[in-house]
Design a protein around this ligand. Structure first.
Ligand SMILES: *[C@@H]1O[C@H](CO)[C@@H](O)[C@H](O)[C@H]1NC(C)=O
Ligand SMILES: *[C@@H]1O[C@H](CO)[C@@H](O)[C@H](O)[C@H]1NC(C)=O
Ligand SMILES: *[C@@H]1O[C@H](CO)[C@@H](O)[C@H](O)[C@H]1NC(C)=O
Ligand SMILES: *[C@@H]1O[C@H](CO)[C@@H](O)[C@H](O)[C@H]1NC(C)=O
Ligand SMILES: *[C@@H]1O[C@H](CO)[C@@H](O)[C@H](O)[C@H]1NC(C)=O
Ligand SMILES: *[C@@H]1O[C@H](CO)[C@@H](O)[C@H](O)[C@H]1NC(C)=O
Length: 517
């Protein structure tokens, strides 16, 4: 159950039985791919004693005998905190399709761990000793973004005001004195009830309530309120790199029309499991079903049909996501101190609302967004494409055949990216003699002055960009107009690492516009 008012940090799971170690092991069998070896054919070659045309066993002619080496596959593992795995079928399917084989967590042979639940508390000793090629799909400290309470009281301009009682009682009293006309959503932390209250009805003496301003003027499609879910990937912290999936957006409409408004009827303003999907919204059905548009493009077409420009929504969405993550980045950097930052990436779903003037409001970020199509089969494609694009972006899916995510031969690594792909503004490097001396700030992006760590950062950044498929970078911010872009202004308030990567994208953008966005 998800809703704008869902304020407790609950990950999006179906319920489920506890998963014992045995059950994990049993689950394994069904997912193990069965390796097929053609070992016998090798013997065929060996036991033939009489002189044979050499071509029979010759590996570089068109012999009818296939000799196939045992091919090692890269490995994944799954961590769920006792919830079964029905909700992960699309994750498993994509990982198998991109050539991964399942293994146990304990084997520590895995290249990627897909953790549905936050793994760092329970698996601590294990995860403190990761090898550099092992990847986990969460950052330690991601809760600074995904904890609903922590995020909602951050006070960013595109958020609804929120107060936690009893701590914020004075602030709340002041706010209602100044804004007597506002209405609020009151949520009892213990009983998980949701109420809509005006300022006189709020219970200010409660000691375990969360109060959030209610959005009174939501944008409606055919009279239905809705929320939108954006799939967001953080590929790196410090420097920060954030992408969003632009192939589609999850739109969930409320099952009943918003007007006449009735605070006692949650179906009018809360999105739950039984939401109204795009294809059941009359004005959208044709775009989505008949002409095959995405949910996002169907919505955009509808907005245009009312004479408004939907692009303003998506510009705000990009900014909201990058600004929110940037705001919390420092806290995550702290949580990462005990770890090697290279081991992590993360996909979240940001849930947002739109008001009738097409202003976008941030509601929450979900750590493990629901990727189950059990209820709506039509969502299967969305989820699999999101996961597939994500796996490509972070380099887990690879077009080069590999046995693990460990570093490959130098010649293969060079083929994927090399110095000449990373260097920028060579004239400046020459002009400032950056081969002799790196003291000048003008030299900071020259290959002769990059630290090993910086080189690795650029290498990963380069490879992400060329493998981003239908992902769109939102931080470092895309450069919309190079002639008005002021890089010094852009980096002014950024951390040194974020300034570094922002400048690099700027230089790449000057060389070729495909790097601007
Ligand atoms: C996740 O989605 C599935 C299918 O739509 C649904 O059955 C399940 O209840 C959802 N879980 C949560 C926590 O929303
Ligand atoms: C064929 O096999 C030989 C002996 O194992 C090996 O040296 C050679 O490189 C192979 N040729 C090709 C094209 O794989
Ligand atoms: C708040 O709601 C109560 C009960 O519905 C109503 O009597 C009262 O007039 C409302 N107050 C304001 C300020 O809207
Ligand atoms: C307000 O909250 C307090 C503490 O939870 C409770 O004892 C009291 O009954 C509530 N008052 C109303 C009017 O609901
Ligand atoms: C709230 O107050 C009631 C009674 O005053 C108490 O029993 C309860 O434990 C308190 N809850 C919290 C979360 O402090
Ligand atoms: C970029 O900005 C310049 C200067 O303001 C303007 O002339 C130009 O039309 C802009 N280009 C685009 C693509 O918006």
């Amino acid at each position: 159950m998800k809703s704008e008012e869902e304020l407790v940090n609950k990950s999006e799971d179906g319920g489920g039985k506890p998963l014992t170690k045995e059950k994990v092991a049993n689950g394994l069998l069904s997912f193990q791919t069965i390796a097929v070896f053609f070992v016998l054919t090798v013997f065929t070659c060996i036991i033939i004693e009489q002189p044979q045309p050499s071509s029979l066993c010759n590996n570089d002619t068109e012999s009818s005998i296939i000799v196939q080496r045992v091919q090692q596959q890269p490995k994944y593992t799954i961590y769920t905190n006792g919830k079964g795995e029905e909700h992960l079928v699309h994750v498993l399917a994509v990982l198998e399709r991109i050539g991964y084989q399942r293994t146990t967590i304990e084997s520590m042979e895995w290249d990627i761990m897909w953790a549905h639940d936050y793994p760092f508390s329970r698996l601590k000793p294990l995860l403190n000793n990761l090898k550099s090629h092992q990847k986990i799909n969460h950052f330690p400290g991601c809760g600074y973004l995904t904890n609903k309470l922590s995020l909602s009281i951050t006070g960013l301009p595109y958020q609804l005001k929120a107060f936690q009682l009893p701590n914020d009682k004075d602030n709340l009293m002041q706010y209602i004195t100044e804004n007597p006309e506002k209405i609020f959503v009151e949520k009892d932390n213990e009983h998980r009830h949701i109420y809509i209250r005006n300022t006189t009805e709020l219970n200010l003496t409660s000691n375990s309530t969360f109060v959030q301003e209610y959005l009174r003027n939501p944008y409606l499609v055919d009279g239905y309120k809705f929320d939108i879910g954006i799939y967001v990937v953080i590929t790196s912290i410090n420097p920060l790199r954030v992408y969003i999936y632009q192939g589609d957006v999850l739109f969930r409409y409320c099952p009943e029309k918003y007007h006449p408004f009735d605070p006692n009827n949650l179906n009018k303003y809360v999105v739950g499991d039984d939401y109204l999907p795009t294809w059941d919204v009359p004005s959208l059905r044709k775009y989505f079903k008949t002409f095959g548009f995405s949910m996002k493009d169907s919505f955009d077409a509808y907005v245009r049909s009312t004479g408004k420009d939907p692009s303003t929504v998506w510009d705000q969405v990009d900014d909201i996501i990058s600004d929110t993550i940037l705001t919390k980045e420092k806290l995550i950097v702290n949580s990462l101190k005990a770890y090697n930052v290279e081991n992590f990436f993360e996909m979240m779903r940001f849930d947002l609302l739109i008001d009738e003037d097409l202003n976008v409001i941030l509601i929450e970020a979900n750590m493990s967004p629901n990727l189950s199509s059990a209820h709506f089969k039509e969502n299967k494609l969305l989820y699999e494409q999101v996961i597939y694009n994500y796996m490509n972006l972070v380099g887990v899916a690879s077009s080069v055949k590999r046995e693990s995510l460990q570093k490959l031969d130098d010649k293969v690594e060079d083929m994927m990216s090399s110095d000449k792909n990373l260097v920028v503004d060579v004239e400046r490097c020459v002009r400032n003699n950056c081969d002799i001396n790196c003291k000048s700030v003008e030299c900071e992006l020259c290959n002769t002055c990059l630290s090993g760590k910086q080189y690795k950062i650029l290498e990963r950044t380069y490879r992400e960009h060329v493998n981003k498929m239908d992902m769109k970078r939102v931080f470092p911010k895309p450069i919309k107009n190079l002639s008005t872009y002021d890089v010094e202004e852009e980096v002014k308030n950024l951390s040194p690492q974020n300034a570094f990567i922002t400048k690099w994208f700027y230089e790449k953008c000057k060389m070729n516009s495909i790097w601007c966005t």
